[in-house]
Design a protein around this ligand. Structure first.
Ligand code: GLC
Ligand code: CA
Length: 623
C-alpha cells in the first residue's frame, strides 16, 4: 500500500547525530547528513574580477564583458558552455589510478581557460560501482575513491571564484541494490519500503514478463528472500524505484533539495524517461523477427510520465531555478511541449539521441550499421526547427556513453585535427547550449582493444559474453566494441606526454590510449593551431555574437551527402556555417560571401571547401 502523500516542506529537520563531516555519513544510513549549505555563501565574481583571472592563454582581447554575462538572469544557461567531466577518468591526484574531486579542483584553470562556465560531473556518490557510479548506494555521501564531502564543497566554492557553476548527475530511476532503501525493501513482503521498488511474483518459475534490460538479459531478477522478482531496466544491481509511490518521489525531492542547498546549480537528469512504467507490466507481444522485447521499447516516455516530471519541477526545480538537462531517449519532437517548452516544459533542455544512435538498432544487439550524413543532418535539423520558437536544446557530439566523435563522424587518421575542428564547428554554432565532453576538445580518438579483458564497462562485457554464446566470433565483437563501446569515451584524459598521459602516477583503472604521446593538452597548448585552441576560439565566437545564441537557424544544402551547412540570422547579421564532411574538395560558389570570421584552414579559398574544411562567414545587411 502506498502511504498518504506527505506534505513537503523546505524546513526539514536536521538529523542531529550526523555532522557535516564526511566520515559520519555512514553507508546504508538512509537519513540525511547535516548540510552546511554553501548556497548563500557562493558568490560569482563580477565581470572585472573575472576578466583578471582570464588573462592567461587568451585568444582575442576585446570581449571579456561578453564572456561574463551575468549568471543570475533567467535563461542564463542559454549563454553558457558546459564541460562534462567523467571524474573516474579526468585527473587522479593520489596515484590510485582513479580520477578524483581534487583532480577536478586542480584543473579548474584549464576548464576556465577553455571558456566553459558550467561543469556537469558524472556521479561521484557512494556506489558499489557496478555501473561506475550510476548505481548509487547513498545519495548523501561521496564515494571515498573520489574524495570527501569537504572536497565537494571546496570544488563548488573554488569553481564559483571562476564564475563556474557545478551541476550533478541525478540518478532517480534506480538505486544500487545496496542502497538502504532496497536492502529494506527486499527484506520482507510487508516491509514499509517493499513498495519503493517494483516487485512481482514469477509466472511458473519464469520472470513476470518478457522484457529485456538495456544491458541485455531479463529485466527481472529473482530474489530468494521473498521468492519474488524485482524490475531492473539497467543492471541487476540497479533496481528501479517505484515512482508511483509518493514517498519515493518525496524522498528523491528532498535529496535534490539537499544538493541544491549545498550550492550546486542544477542537474543532468539520468534515464528520466524510464521512470513511468505501464502498471500492468504485461509481456509485450513477442515479434520473432525482432528477437526480444527490450525495455527501451516498452518503458521509455510512457503516457503519464509528465505528471511526475511536472511535480518534480514544481516541488524542487522551479523554486530553486535549477538548471536542468534531461537525458531523453524515447522523447520525440511531438513531445517537446511537456519536456522543454519554455513555459510548460519540465526541463530547460534535453539530450535527444537521434544523431548518436543512427548506427544501431534497439532490436539488433551488437550490429553496427554505417550512418549517413544526410540522416545525421536531418535529425539534428529537425530538432533545431522544432525547438526554434519556444524551446531549447542541449547540443552534444560525445559523452561518457558514446565513442569519440572524431572517430565516428569525422576522420581520426590523416585529417584528425582538421576534421575534429570541422565537427566542432558544425554542432557548436547551432541553437542550444553546447556541451563539450572531456578530451573532445583535444580530438581524442577511439582505440582498438585487442582483448575483451581490457574492457571495463559492464554493458560491453555483458554484450560480448551474450553474443559469444549466440555463436558470434570474437573478432566481430571486438570490431563492434571499437565502434560502440562506452569505454571508448572513458579512456583517461590525455594531459601530457609523460607516463599514463599525466592522468595518474599509478595504474589507471582503464588503459590510456597509446596515442597520448601525440594527442595531449600540453602539446596542444604549445600549438595555436591545435584542436584545443580552436575550441577556445569557437567558445569565444559564440559568446561574442548573440546571433549564435538567439539567432534563427536554417539548414542549407539539405540533401548533400558531403556538406553540412546552415545559416544563423540575427538583427542585421547573416551568418553562414560551412562544413565539408568528406575527403574531397568541393566548389560552392553561392552564399559563401561576406567576412570570414573563423575557419579550420588558414589558407581558405572562398567558394571552395577542401577536405574536412569548415568556415564561418558573416554579412551585415544594410537597412
Ligand atoms: C544513463 C547513463 C549511463 C548509465 C545509465 C543507467 O544512460 O548516462 O552511463 O549506465 O543511465 O544509469
Ligand atoms: Ca584518485
Amino acid at each position: 500500500m502506498n502511504k498518504p502523500v506527505q506534505t513537503h516542506s523546505n524546513n526539514r529537520p536536521i538529523v542531529s547525530n550526523a555532522t557535516a563531516q564526511d566520515a559520519s555519513f555512514s553507508t546504508g544510513h538512509a537519513a540525511k547528513p547535516r548540510n552546511d549549505s554553501l548556497a548563500t555563501s557562493v558568490t560569482y565574481p563580477s565581470s572585472s574580477q573575472k576578466t583578471k583571472s582570464l588573462s592567461n592563454d587568451q585568444i582575442g582581447t576585446d570581449s571579456d564583458a561578453a564572456l561574463t554575462r551575468t549568471h543570475s538572469r533567467p535563461g542564463w544557461w542559454k549563454e553558457s558552455v558546459v564541460y562534462q567531466i567523467y571524474p573516474r577518468s579526468f585527473q587522479d591526484t593520489n596515484g590510485d589510478g582513479i580520477g578524483d574531486l581534487r583532480g577536478i579542483i586542480q584543473r579548474l584553470d584549464y576548464i576556465h581557460a577553455l571558456g566553459a562556465d558550467v561543469i556537469w560531473i558524472c556521479p561521484v556518490y557512494d556506489s558499489p560501482n557496478d555501473d561506475n557510479g550510476y548505481d548509487i548506494r547513498d545519495y548523501y555521501r561521496i564515494h571515498e575513491e573520489f574524495g570527501t564531502m569537504d572536497d565537494m564543497r571546496e570544488l563548488i566554492e573554488r569553481a564559483a571564484t571562476y564564475g563556474i557553476r557545478i551541476i550533478m548527475d541525478l540518478v532517480a530511476n534506480h538505486t544500487s541494490d545496496e542502497h538502504a532503501w532496497f536492502v529494506e525493501s527486499r527484506s520482507s513482503l510487508d516491509n514499509d519500503k517493499r513498495d519503493w521498488y517494483i516487485w512481482r511474483p514469477g509466472e511458473q518459475e519464469q520472470p513476470p514478463n518478457n522484457w529485456t534490460s538495456f544491458f541485455g538479459g531479463s529485466a527481472w531478477q529473482y530474489d530468494e528472500a521473498t521468492g519474488e522478482y524485482y524490475l531492473h531496466c539497467f543492471s541487476r544491481k540497479q533496481p528501479d524505484l517505484n515512482w508511483e509511490n509518493p514517498d519515493v518521489r518525496h524522498a528523491l525531492y528532498e535529496m535534490m533539495e539537499w544538493w541544491l542547498d549545498l550550492g550546486i546549480a542544477g542537474f543532468r537528469i539520468d534515464a528520466i524517461t524510464v521512470i513511468k512504467k505501464d502498471q500492468q507490466l504485461l509481456s509485450a507481444p513477442y515479434d520473432e523477427s525482432k528477437g526480444s522485447v527490450p525495455v527501451g521499447s516498452v518503458c521509455l516516455n510512457r503516457a503519464g510520465i509528465t505528471d511526475f516530471l511536472h511535480e518534480m519541477k514544481q516541488q524542487v526545480l522551479a523554486p530553486y531555478e535549477a538548471l536542468t538537462v534531461a537525458e531523453a531517449p524515447g522523447v520525440t519532437i511531438a513531445d517537446i511541449d511537456g519536456y522543454v517548452d519554455e513555459e510548460h516544459g519540465a526541463f530547460n533542455m534535453i539530450f535527444q539521441f537521434d544523431h548518436v544512435d543512427l548506427d544501431v538498432s534497439m532490436y539488433e544487439r551488437a550490429i553496427y550499421k554505417p550512418w549517413q550524413l544526410s540522416r545525421f543532418k536531418q535529425v539534428l535539423s529537425n530538432w533545431q526547427t522544432a525547438t526554434a520558437e519556444r524551446s531549447w536544446m542541449a547540443l552534444y557530439m560525445e559523452n561518457h556513453d558514446h565513442v569519440r566523435s572524431v572517430s565516428k563522424f569525422a576522420n581520426d587518421a590523416a585529417y584528425r585535427e582538421r576534421s575534429a575542428k570541422m565537427l566542432a564547428t558544425y554542432y557548436f554554432l547551432m541553437r542550444g547550449t553546447p556541451f563539450i565532453y572531456q578530451g573532445q576538445e583535444l580530438g581524442m580518438t577511439n582505440h582498438y582493444f585487442t582483448l575483451i579483458d581490457d574492457y571495463r564497462d559492464l554493458d560491453s562485457i555483458h554484450m560480448y559474453n551474450e553474443q559469444i554464446e549466440c555463436g558470434r566470433s570474437e573478432q566481430e565483437l571486438l570490431d563492434y566494441l571499437y565502434k560502440r563501446s562506452r569505454d571508448q569515451g572513458r579512456m583517461p584524459m590525455q594531459w601530457d606526454g609523460s607516463a599514463q598521459a599525466g592522468f595518474t602516477s599509478g595504474q589507471p583503472w582503464l588503459q590510456v590510449n597509446p596515442n597520448y604521446t601525440e594527442i595531449n593538452v600540453a602539446a596542444q597548448l604549445n600549438d595555436e593551431h591545435s584542436v584545443l585552441y580552436f575550441y577556445r576560439q569557437l567558445v569565444r565566437l559564440r559568446k561574442e555574437h548573440p546571433a549564435f545564441i538567439y539567432g534563427n537557424y536554417k539548414e542549407i544544402y539539405t540533401d548533400s551527402e558531403q556538406i553540412g551547412a546552415y545559416t544563423r540570422t540575427y538583427k542585421q547579421e547573416f551568418w553562414t556555417v560551412w562544413c565539408n564532411f568528406t575527403e574531397s574538395t568541393i566548389s560552392l560558389p553561392d552564399l559563401m560571401s561576406g567576412e570570414r570570421m573563423l575557419g579550420n584552414m588558414d589558407d581558405h579559398d572562398s567558394g571552395t571547401l577542401r577536405p574536412y574544411e569548415s568556415v564561418i562567414y558573416r554579412t551585415i545587411q544594410a537597412n
